[in-house]
Structure formats: structure tokens, C-alpha cells
Design a protein around this ligand. Structure first.
Ligand code: FAD
Length: 292
């Protein structure tokens, strides 16, 4: 099933996982999936390392197993930076041969100091390529706090609309910790003519190193309320995990009340955290039609 069709009658709840590193045992991901699939998410997406990633074959195998072994819809990420069209074709053929129907088409980031190569400059180039040659349902990324390389929100929204015009059927946001960025962004995206479902990407922050890395990588704003939680519990891992889960539940509760199309949970491959969040919000997901 194409993910864009799931939004018709409900608030979507989806999960994101990453494949185990190439030098580690692949089977650990199946323990994770045994527990994550318990909650019957609407789909699970699997990340893919940029630059034709050595781990790409794992992404394809795991996304295929989610679909064919667990009976849960899957989405394979695909960053195009550094790929030639021929390389993209080999990967996409393999995804198609493995029964994958949904691709999250991304640009990816070049490792520091390297120069752009390959046939794709932007995610929109990959989206057009997929649209011309395949029948995949296409997802794309968006940024409530604008992409760090964008000059301003107007430019960022212009290129987002371009991605949708090229064929993106469904968008997932970068993580954010302050819902006002999401509300603002959703309104502006609608005004710019972006008329596809937008899922809110939520990352439960359960350790301090994780959030420091995310802030550096994605430039997300840390609200004062969040910093207070972080500072109070940073030396108590269990308390910080509880606080991170509570913060994510609070964010999701508010987003559902605001009529969000869907919640995409960045699970960090942690089924315990995903379960606690899902258990707290699953009754709210069912009542979207009453409030939106
Ligand atoms: P683009 O859409 O190409 O945008 C990048 C920048 O270029 C933006 O500033 C945009 O405004 C501008 N732009 C876009 N199109 C054009 C154009 N045609 N002309 C001029 N400017 C343009 N990375 C991975 O390596 N693997 C993953 O699995 C992965 N998963 C992700 C999942 C989600 C939900 C998100 C939000 C991000 C993910 N990323 C992943 C990170 C992503 O690759 C980076 O954020 C990257 O910097 C941008 O990717 P993009 O697809 O948004 O790029």
C-alpha cells in the first residue's frame, strides 16, 4: 500500500529505524522489530547512509522484511548525493524487486570537505527521476525551522513546493521540540500550495549526547522548558528517559489536538520508548475526524 493512502481516515502513527552498522550482527534489528511491530504502526521507515552507503543493502533487506515478513508497510530512505543515475537505477530496481512500494527521496549530506559528484544535486532531481521511471509512492523531507543551508523560509518553501510539484506524495518533518515552529510552517506550506500530508517528526530525547548531536546537525531550537528538563535530569539516565518520554507525549498530544496528519516517531531503535509513547497516545489517534 502507498503511504499517501493511509491518511484518508486517521492520524497516522509511523516509526523510523536505522539498520545496524555493517560491522555488527544484523539479527539485532529483528529483536527490535519483533517488539516495534507489536504496536501495529501504519508504516516503518528505514534510513540509508548517504553516498551510496555501504549499508544500503541492509536498508533494502530490512525494509523488505518489514513488508513481507512482518506484514507492516515499509518505506526505504534513499539519499541521492554522490549517486549516478545508473547507480540509482540499480538501487531502485532492487527495492522494487524486493516488494518495496514507498521511497523517502532525500538529498543526503556530503561528508565534510568532499565535493558534490554524481547526477543529482537536490532531492527534487531524484524525485523527478523516480517519477519518470518507476511507480513508487514518493515521500520527501521538510523542515519546520528551515533547512540549515536555506537563506530564509521563503526560499525553503519555494523548493519544498518544487519537490511536491516534481512528485512527492507525502512529507515528513525534521525533528522539532517546539510545536509553534510546526504550526507556523504548516500554515505557510499550505499558503505556498503544498497540499500533501505532512507528518510531524518527533524524537523522544532520552540522553544529553543525543540532543547535542542533533542540535549541531539539524540546528533545532531548544525551548527553555526543554533545557530545564535536560539540566535537571542530565545525571540521572532513568529520570532523563522518563522526562524525554513525557516531553514527547506532551508534544504529540498537542499536535493531535491541532489536527496533525500524522506522527513519525524517530525510535532510535528503542522499542521500550516507542511502546511507552504509543500506549500513552493511541486512543487520541483514533479521534482525528472529530477535531479536524
Ligand atoms: P533538498 O530537498 O535537496 O534540500 C536541501 C537544500 O537545498 C535546502 O536548503 C533546500 O531549500 C534547497 N533546495 C532544494 N531543492 C533545490 C533546488 N532544486 N534548487 C536549489 N535549492 C534547492 N539523510 C541520510 O543520509 N539518510 C537518511 O536516511 C535520512 N533520512 C532523513 C529523514 C527525514 C524525515 C529527514 C527530515 C532528513 C533525513 N536525512 C537523511 C537528512 C537529509 O538528507 C538532510 O537533511 C539533507 O541536508 C537535506 O536533504 P533533503 O532531501 O531535504 O534535501
Amino acid at each position: 500500500m502507498k503511504t499517501a493512502d493511509i491518511f484518508k481516515n486517521k492520524t497516522v502513527f509511523s516509526l523510523e529505524i536505522f539498520p545496524p552498522r555493517p560491522d555488527t550482527d544484523e539479527s539485532v534489528i529483528y529483536d527490535t522489530l519483533d517488539h516495534l511491530t507489536d504496536i501495529s504502526p501504519d508504516f516503518i521507515s528505514v534510513t540509508y547512509g548517504a553516498g551510496g552507503g555501504k549499508n544500503g543493502s541492509r536498508t533494502i533487506k530490512i525494509a523488505s522484511d518489514i513488508q513481507n515478513r512482518y506484514g507492516v508497510e515499509s518505506v526505504a530512505h534513499l539519499p541521492c548525493i554522490g549517486l549516478t543515475k545508473e547507480q540509482a537505477r540499480v538501487i531502485l530496481d532492487s527495492m522494487s524487486d524486493n516488494g518495496i512500494e514507498n521511497i523517502l527521496a532525500l538529498r543526503g549530506d556530503l561528508p565534510e570537505g568532499s565535493t558534490p559528484a554524481g547526477d543529482f544535486r537536490h532531492a527534487s532531481d531524484l524525485i523527478s527521476f523516480i517519477k519518470e521511471n518507476y511507480s513508487f509512492n514518493i515521500l520527501a523531507a521538510c523542515y519546520p525551522e528551515i533547512h540549515p543551508e536555506s537563506r530564509n523560509a521563503v526560499d525553503d518553501l519555494h523548493w519544498l513546493k518544487h519537490k511536491v510539484d516534481c512528485g512527492a506524495d507525502h512529507l515528513i518533518t525534521q525533528l522539532f521540540l517546539d510545536n509553534s515552529y510546526f504550526c507556523d510552517f504548516r500554515e505557510k506550506a499550505l499558503l505556498a500550495g503544498v497540499d500533501v500530508p505532512i507528518e510531524a517528526g518527533i524524537m523522544p530525547v532520552t540522553n544529553k549526547r543525543q540532543i547535542e548531536r542533533m542540535v549541531k546537525l539539524c540546528g533545532v531550537d531548544l525551548p527553555k522548558r526543554f533545557i530545564r528538563v535536560l539540566e535537571k535530569y542530565e545525571h540521572d539516565p532513568n529520570a532523563l528517559r522518563d522526562a524525554g518520554i513525557a516531553y514527547a507525549i506532551d508534544q504529540i498530544t498537542d499536535l493531535i489536538a491541532l489536527g496533525v496528519d500524522g506522527i513519525h516517531l524517530y525510535t532510535m531503535n528503542d522499542p521500550y520508548v516507542a511502546h511507552r509513547i504509543f500506549d500513552a497516545v493511541h486512543n487520541m489517534l483514533a479521534v482525528r475526524s472529530l477535531v479536524s
